[in-house]
Unconditional design. Structure first.
Length: 460
């Protein structure tokens, strides 16, 4: 990848002389297809014509050919391709078992169900997460005990988790009631960390915390494939999903690090958890469709439990098999883009760049910046609007759960219960970061960021 200065210099030259035609390195390999069929813009186009999406998936000929082969095979639902995808994914993260499902939400739900989560119990869940992490706890009738975030990483704060547990032991509950007797007190049974943007937590500290409090761990790894952590430079790397939790749950949604369109995976080293999740993923039946309808299978089945319809199709797995094969290649490209942003935005005082750690392999699913609002005359929402008006797609990850009506009204959470997340979310913007970003798109994002900061800088 060219350095940031050369890209920006070329972009600046183009702006002043639109007749110049500079050759761009097309980061999309000739074998890869964009979602739309519009021609690539020449770098000589005016800056105003550049439109940078927040995400654009990379789908190659191998994915397309595998989908066509699946369609021609006559077997469209869960079958041989799903089994292959499960086996190859398990090997890629170092897990003994993998269960493919139709979303990460499904994986999370199956995980907490397999761990027998029920009413009267509670689970520690970060407030800084997407809806799915907490809602699966509610599916089971249990209570998500929300936890503030770490001010550096935005991952779950174990310090705040300790504070919440201490308050709970004193009879406090988040619904505003006071439960003084031991029989009335909520039983805290688990913790569900989220690796925000693909930067893993300190899993050693997390496991020590969980062991001390007798908690199981279900890892929301929707952002964290491929990712890894180590305790220090002398320690061995541990991949996300390589025994990092009782169950690790991954997402293959359209904008994730690899995609099946819609899809997810639950990995575990526990054969009983794997068996239960697989059973419940398809109506609680004793045999799946492949076993019942394949030539050597039996038509008969038994309903073992009232399960769900969460299975992944062979058509989706056909995409996933080949996305998986390029997962590290695409992660490395996202890392290059992250380094470009670090280099190009390093001197912009209105922007705080995301943290990095030498003891992490970062998935770089997101590139979340934080605005230094004290230096700007506009707020985050206005900044986002100006980015969009300039053709830069962006997002915010996330509005914390405690600021959503359901959690505020049901459990009485207030902004004061989560001071870090409450303050931080008003500063957050996620910039585009995907493997197919071209030089002109990167340059346009950076120039737009710098222009807005310069125009909206507070006067002394």
């Amino acid at each position: 990848m060219k350095n940031s200065n050369s890209i920006l210099e070329r972009y600046d030259t183009v702006e002043s002389d639109t007749s110049q035609r500079a050759a761009l390195r097309d980061v999309d390999d000739a074998s890869l297809h964009r979602v739309d069929d519009s021609p690539l813009r020449d770098v000589g186009d005016s800056a105003a014509s550049v439109q940078v999406p927040f995400f654009r998936p990379q789908i190659g000929e191998p994915e397309i050919e595998e989908v066509v082969a699946a369609l021609r095979s006559g077997w469209l639902t869960t079958g041989a391709r799903v089994r292959r995808f499960e086996q190859e994914f398990a090997a890629s993260v170092g897990a003994r078992h993998a269960v493919a499902v139709n979303s990460c939400t499904a994986a999370l739900h199956l995980a907490v169900e397999a761990l027998r989560l029920r009413a009267g119990q509670a689970v520690l869940v970060p407030t800084m997460t997407f809806a799915a992490t907490a809602e699966v706890v509610r599916y089971q009738g249990a209570l998500p005990l929300l936890v503030d975030c770490d001010p550096l990483t935005t991952n779950m704060s174990l310090e705040d988790a300790e504070r919440k547990l201490a308050r709970l032991s004193e009879g406090w509950t988040p619904d505003g009631s006071s439960k003084k007797t031991s029989s009335d007190k909520l039983s805290i049974v688990g913790i569900m960390p989220v690796h925000v943007g693909g930067l893993m937590l300190d899993m050693g500290a997390l496991k020590e915390f969980a062991a001390r409090h007798g908690l199981w761990i279900v890892e929301d790894a929707a952002h964290a494939f491929p990712a890894a952590w180590r305790s220090d430079e002398g320690a061995a790397w541990q991949r996300c999903g390589e025994g990092t939790a009782d169950v690790s749950c991954f997402s293959f949604y359209a904008n994730k690090t690899i995609t099946t369109g819609e899809g997810g995976m639950a990995t575990t080293n526990d054969p009983q958890l794997a068996e239960r999740m697989r059973l419940m993923s398809l109506h609680g039946l004793s045999h799946d469709a492949w076993e019942r309808y394949s030539g050597g299978g039996s038509w008969d089945y038994r309903i073992i439990a009232p399960g769900y319809k969460y299975n992944l199709t062979d058509i989706a797995a056909a995409i996933g098999i080949h996305q998986l094969a390029r997962a590290e290649e695409m992660r490395a490209r996202r890392e290059e883009i992250a380094h470009f942003y670090f280099d190009a935005l390093a001197d912009v005082e209105e922007v705080e760049l995301p943290p990095t750690d030498a003891n992490r392999v970062h998935a770089w699913h997101l590139f979340p910046i934080r605005l230094n609002l004290e230096r700007l005359s506009i707020d985050r929402n206005a900044f986002v609007e100006e980015l969009k008006q300039s053709g830069v797609g962006c997002s915010v990850h996330w509005r914390p759960l405690h600021l959503h009506p359901y959690y505020r009204e049901t459990f009485g959470w207030t902004a004061e219960d989560f001071p870090v997340a409450t303050a931080m979310w008003e500063r957050l913007i996620s910039l585009p970061i995907f493997p197919g970003m071209r030089d002109e798109e990167l340059a346009h994002v950076v120039k737009t960021m710098k222009d807005i900061c310069a125009q909206r800088r507070k006067k002394n």
